[in-house]
Structure formats: C-alpha cells, structure tokens
Design a protein around this ligand. Structure first.
Ligand code: SF4
Length: 312
C-alpha cells in the first residue's frame, strides 16, 4: 500500500494509481497523437500508435538503481521485489481504465476526430517503462501473458539487474525487451546509477547475454553529457556481445525529478546524439536506420527490416 503522502505526490505529477504498486500516466506524445499533432518515436521506429499506448508502471517504488537521469523521486526507492503483489488482470484492467479516464477530457476537443478518440478508447499497447523496475513485480510473466491474451503488444524496459526474471520471461516474452545500458564501464555505471545491489554490473552483463534470445531485443543508451556520454568504443564492445536487434541512443531529459539532478546543458542535442551514434556504428558495423530529432533519439540496426514496424 502506498503511503498517502507519496501517493499524493505521484497524483500531483499526473499519475493515476492502480492498486498497491502500479500506475498509469498519459504522456505528452499520447496527447499529441490524439489531437493529430505528432507521435512518439516508438511510432516512427516501430509503428506503435501513441494515442493507444498505455504508459505504465507495476513497481512504482521498487528499483535497484538510483539513476541520475531518473524521473522518480529517489528518496522512495525499495530495492527488492514488490510485496503483496496485485493480481495481473486486476492491474491490467486498472491501467486500461486509467488510460481511458485520463483521455475523457479530449472528447469534444476540436482537434480530436471521432476516429482517433474511439481508437484511444481501445488501447492496443502497454509500455512498462514509466518508473520503477518492472522485473521486481513477481507476477510479470503472467502479466505479459495477460497482455498478449487481450491481443495487445508490450514493451518492457529493464535496468538489467534481475537476470533471473529475464530467464523466466524467455517463456513469456514481451513484444520487445529493452535493456538500458547506462554506461560503457563499471566505474561510470556506479557513478550514473548508484546501484543498490551487490555485483550489479555483473548482473547487468548476465542480462545483456540473454538479450539475443528475445526476438526484438533492444539496447538503450540514455545519454547525459559530462556523465555517461563517453567512451563510445566501450559501449560498442558491450553492444557487440549482446547482439541486439535494435540499439537506441536517446538524450536524457531533465524532466520530473531528473531536473533536480541534471542541468539542462547536460542534455545532448540531436546532432550530438547522431555524432555519438556514428562512432558506435564505426565500431559495431551497425547503421543509423531512423531518427526523431525532436525526441533526440536515433535507431541503429545491422540492416533495416520492414518487420521493425509492428502490425497491430
Ligand atoms: S532503473 Fe529506471 S526507475 Fe530505476 S532509478 Fe534508473 S531510471 Fe529510475
């Protein structure tokens, strides 16, 4: 059960709390998409319809890191599995309800067509990436099954410190699995993520070694100038070992509580992200296959494929 003060703080930031440890929040791109103005980079890269995407967390306070670029308030960090976990179908019902309720205000908005509104009321995608570490939710395999049963797609983002959970997920795969690679070496990792588990770097390496077993394995670099945007050769070595289908390089954004930890000037420009990507490409043989300049993100692949766009 969330402490009422913590719950109020999340609600002030626009989160809708579901049960004891989950939440949904309509993101900027969802709002832009329903009004026909723009879409999230996940639409550009993978075809996800942003107004039908539920941005969610199933482990609001649980995480094994305290990353400098995290949006959460790091004062509330529980570095262990969720206690008294809610049931997966109860969580999914609540996330869908929260997404739909949050968008009710768009009904009647002159920029929102009936088609877009109706589509938004029938969400098709769950992004488990909002805050907290989803692999600390013990029923995650069953939740992913439940999402699939409802003919929805799922993107799961993990910090890679729970390889035992990833082993379990091999039988219950998300549509796309992201592992955040926050540093090119252990020392930078410790500085960037303040890991709370012993041997965290080794756990992350173990998870990276599993990534190729997930069909749409993705390595994500969240880059902060003056912190972890160094040593592209080091990143390249780790990427070569992990053999992901996709690599995303994205500028860390000083939003949420991250604005108190990183300065605006530490956010790389799109040109700087492209330049860093080029260095990684030289080392790995990967190519830049897509980009979204206003999100400061680029996508690398060995060879572009039509199938990177998911058919819903
Ligand atoms: S792993 Fe994710 S949720 Fe945990 S501290 Fe880092 S950014 Fe925040």
């Amino acid at each position: 059960m969330l402490d009422p003060k913590i719950k109020a703080d999340f609600e002030r930031q626009g989160y809708r709390i579901v049960g004891n440890h989950s939440a949904v929040k309509v993101c900027l791109w969802c709002k832009k998409s329903i009004t026909g103005k723009d879409k999230c980079y996940k639409n550009t890269f993978y075809g996800i319809q942003s107004h039908r995407c539920i941005q969610s967390s199933v482990s609001l306070l649980n995480c094994t890191h305290k990353c400098e670029f995290c949006w959460r308030c790091l004062d509330f960090t529980v570095p262990k599995s969720v206690e008294n976990p809610d049931n997966p179908s109860f969580i999914l019902d609540g996330l869908i309800r929260g997404h739909k309720e949050s968008l009710q205000g768009f009904k009647g908005n002159k920029d929102v067509t009936k088609k877009l509104f109706n589509e938004a009321m029938n969400p098709r995608h769950v992004a488990l990436s909002l805050a907290g570490e989803a692999t600390l939710y013990p029923y995650l395999p069953a939740l992913l099954e439940e999402i699939q049963k409802r003919k929805m797609t799922s993107f799961l983002v993990t910090n890679g410190t729970m390889p035992e959970m990833l082993e379990k997920l091999l039988k219950h795969k998300p549509t796309q699995l992201y592992i955040t690679l926050p540093a090119p070496d252990e020392e930078t990792y410790k500085r960037t993520c303040k890991p709370l588990l012993k041997d965290s770097w080794q756990l992350l390496m173990k998870s990276l070694a599993l990534l190729h077993k997930f069909g749409r394995g993705t390595v994500r670099l969240t880059l902060v100038k003056g912190l972890n945007m160094i040593n592209p050769e080091g990143y390249a070595e780790l990427i070569k070992k992990a053999k992901p289908l996709f690599v995303e390089l994205k500028a860390a954004m000083p939003v949420g509580y991250a604005q108190y930890r990183m300065a605006y000037e530490q956010m790389p420009s799109h040109a700087e992200i492209l330049d860093f990507a080029k260095k990684i490409c030289t080392e790995t043989g990967l190519k830049t296959v897509d980009e979204k300049p206003n999100s400061r993100v680029v996508l690398l692949m060995k060879k572009d494929k039509k199938s990177r766009k998911i058919k819903l």
